[in-house]
Design a protein around this ligand. Structure first.
Ligand code: ZN
Length: 221
């Protein structure tokens, strides 16, 4: 049922907002094959790089075209980009391992203003592709400054105490979803709250991550 409605909405959206490459504007997809070939694929599983998360998966490096794509998805409401991102993420995720997908929450006022939470859109499609249920376990207690406006240390302070769990977890292995990982401050703070609420373990998955110097610790898959 979901997929039929989803397909219908996809087709409708294609008519209203035809897919165009964010880099070269050729029609047919959000990133054409040749522009995608120039994007840095990390396909990585990073162990222990982000505090409170045992592992973090990422598909692409957060550079040029991928940055433009994320921007389009975040600020221009192009939902089918979220679907495409989830399609890229799904093969990295061991499907029988996780009990629940949890999206990084957006404050309700910001969500009302933007109309959607991009992490939730990715999470919903990822849930659909993997059959792992998604639950909105977390919410934001206050509006935080956008992380991109802050330096590394400020980012960690900015999100401290900004999340709360609305339900208890019991021994779940949680897959925490966000669109982009830069310092890891947001994912780390969310994971801390999930662990305090009963999660057994938290892994993170993002569509793109900034290339950090510590990337030499990556295990490339
Ligand atoms: Zn292109």
């Amino acid at each position: 049922m979901f997929s039929r409605i989803d397909d219908y909405l996809d087709k409708l959206w294609d008519i209203l907002y035809p897919k165009r490459c964010v880099r070269c504007a050729s029609s047919g997809s959000w990133v054409c094959a040749s522009c995608l070939a120039s994007c840095v694929r990390v396909d990585s599983l990073t162990i222990g790089a982000v505090p409170n998360l045992t592992a973090t998966y990422a598909v692409y490096a957060y550079t040029d075209t991928i940055r433009e794509l994320v921007h389009e998805f975040k600020y221009r409401g192009v939902f089918s980009i979220g679907k495409w991102m989830a399609q890229q993420i799904a093969p990295l995720v061991p499907q029988d391992s996780y009990s629940v997908i949890v999206p990084v929450p957006m404050h309700r006022k910001r969500r009302r203003y933007r109309g959607y939470n991009q992490s939730e859109v990715i999470g919903r499609y990822l849930s659909n592709f993997t059959s792992i249920p998604m639950k909105g376990v977390l919410s934001r207690t206050r509006i935080t400054s956008p992380q991109y406006m802050l330096n590394g240390e400020e980012r960690w302070r900015n999100v401290q105490g900004a999340f709360v769990a609305d339900m208890k977890l019991s021994g779940d292995l949680v897959l925490l979803v966000d669109d982009v990982l830069t310092t890891g401050a947001t994912l780390s703070e969310c994971a801390k709250v999930l662990l305090e609420s009963g999660a057994k373990d938290v892994h993170g998955v993002v569509f793109a991550r900034a290339l950090l110097e510590s990337s030499s610790a990556d295990i490339t898959r």
